[in-house]
Ligand binder design. Sequence first.
Ligand code: SF4
Length: 154
Amino acid sequence: MIGISACLGGICCRYDGGTQKISELAALVSEQKALLICPEVLGGLSTPRQPAEIIGGDGFAVWQGTAKVVDTAGKDVTEAFKAGAVNALAQLQKLGINRLILKERSPSCGSQMIYDGSFSGTKITGVGVATALFQQNGLQVYSEENWQQALTES
Ligand code: SF4
């Protein structure tokens, strides 16, 4: 079994209330081969919600306390992001899941690139808050851009 970002599996949990459904990944859920997780919803954030970005670094820096997550209204949502990541990790570990396909460029789920915190559309190399926690705990994180690799290696 693998873990998949809930928005990639067809759940309307994005900040804008939308989804990023990939039919092949949604099918894995139907076949009970995947668990859907949305760290931001698991952290208690509502849908829709203000878009948020990491300021001061990436997800690893958030856990180190040198970066924070702030939304476009200026609200610090760092603790909600961290709580959701911890909650998601617990669910994944309970099921023995160690491989994930997560939404690229998300401040929670990104695994290669994220936005730089300026809300200008500028991308930087880095990972999201949940991805950082998952990787620190030995989970492998893929994205919608290389998800086939996650399945062939399983
Ligand atoms: S936190 Fe992850 S799963 Fe949830 S909407 Fe954002 S990218 Fe999708």
